[in-house]
Ligand binder design. Structure first.
Ligand code: F6P
Length: 342
């Protein structure tokens, strides 16, 4: 078969491991040949391709990013986008597509499969908020990066008797904040799933400082919002999927805490550091398992499905299950983090 591969949306450590696994099993086991589509859905829309074979995949397993490039292009938002995409797939003789992406990329894959495009999905996101899979690759790496950062923030916070706010990614779900906050011993963990009470946050910090502990780390997900407030954004710019660019809650929170408590407070925004660089061993293994399962799914004709991890096993689920609802943090886990507040 001739199989197209693309990576869409925000990049994520482990994407290259998926590509390598798809190509390795496809070429060596099934005798497939591959077309690499550049920059997400933009590749098939514009017919922008690159060679993709086992040789081209050598050495990419530990590399972050994606050799195919990525973008947030949405064919359904471009005039004639879907028709051009279908025409290019036909011209290139592509029999099936493996689309590796998050809710947006897989949302497009779902719509295309309803229009008879042969597509299999592979879930990815550092945010871990995709439904129907227990975990996505990239999340473990992001949590490790954030935890390492929090460990470093502790020592400088202690030296200067400061409150340090650490803003991590997580637009709609606070998985990174919750995991890294628990692992890093944060004094507060604030997530989009629960509007936070700034009075309570400041009370917790004051109580903690009264006990003689001067340094406090507050971990806040970029999508967290105060109880009575609205979403704080530093830009009203929207991407092709209608998401606003977030960022700014950490700074706002630090100013508020300093003003209300009198404790010197600074902010660190981890940003794209969480998405870049080499994947952890866990993410490399999960990404490899997903890649192998995806090319198997192509050969079984399981189009309109994505691979997923459930109860430790890699399974296939309809794309519809992955894109209808976001997977937010289990309330029990938020409560574990909250036990350590203050
Ligand atoms: O991949 C998801 C994500 O990491 C979100 O947590 C974050 O809001 C967004 O990507 C940032 O994307 P971009 O790099 O396009 O600004």
């Amino acid at each position: 078969m001739r199989v197209g591969v693309l990576t869409g949306g925000g990049d994520c450590p482990g994407l290259n491991a998926v590509i390598r696994a798809v190509v390795r099993k496809g070429e060596q086991h099934y005798g497939d040949d591959f077309v690499g589509f550049r920059d997400g859905w933009r590749g098939p829309i514009e017919g922008h391709t690159m060679p993709l074979d086992v040789e081209r995949c050598r050495g990419i397993l530990p590399r972050g990013g994606t050799i195919l490039g990525s973008s947030r292009t949405n064919p359904y938002k471009l005039d004639g986008g879907v028709d051009r995409l279908k025409a290019n797939l036909a011209d290139l003789g592509v029999d099936a597509l493996v689309a590796i992406g998050g809710e947006d990329t897989l949302g497009v894959a779902h719509k295309l499969s309803a229009e008879d495009v042969a597509v299999v999905g592979v879930p990815k996101t550092i945010d871990n908020d995709l439904n129907a899979t227990e975990v996505t690759f990239g999340f473990d790496t992001a949590v490790q990066v954030a935890t390492d950062a929090i460990d470093r923030l502790h020592t400088t916070a202690e030296s200067h008797d400061r409150v340090l706010v650490c803003e991590v990614m997580g637009r709609h779900a606070g998985w990174i904040a919750t995991y890294a906050g628990i692992a890093g011993g944060a004094a507060e963990v604030l997530v989009p799933e629960r509007h936070f009470d700034i009075d309570k946050v400041c009370e917790d910090l004051k109580r903690r400082h009264e006990k003689g502990r001067f340094a406090s780390i507050v971990v806040v997900a970029e999508g967290a919002t105060p109880k009575e407030g609205t979403m704080v954004v530093n830009s009203s710019e929207l991407d092709a999927f209608g998401h606003v660019r977030l960022g700014g809650i950490g700074q706002l929170l630090a100013e508020e805490i300093e003003q209300r408590t009198g404790f010197e407070t600074r902010v660190t925004v981890l940003g794209h550091i969480q998405r870049g660089g080499t994947p952890t061993a866990f993410d490399r293994v999960l990404a490899t398992r997903f890649g192998v399962a995806a090319i198997d799914a192509v050969h079984d004709g399981a189009y309109g499905h994505m691979v997923a991890l459930q109860a430790g096993a890699v399974v296939r689920v309809p794309l519809a299950e992955a894109v209808t609802e976001l997977k937010t943090v289990d309330p029990g886990l938020v409560e574990v983090a909250e036990l350590f507040h203050g």
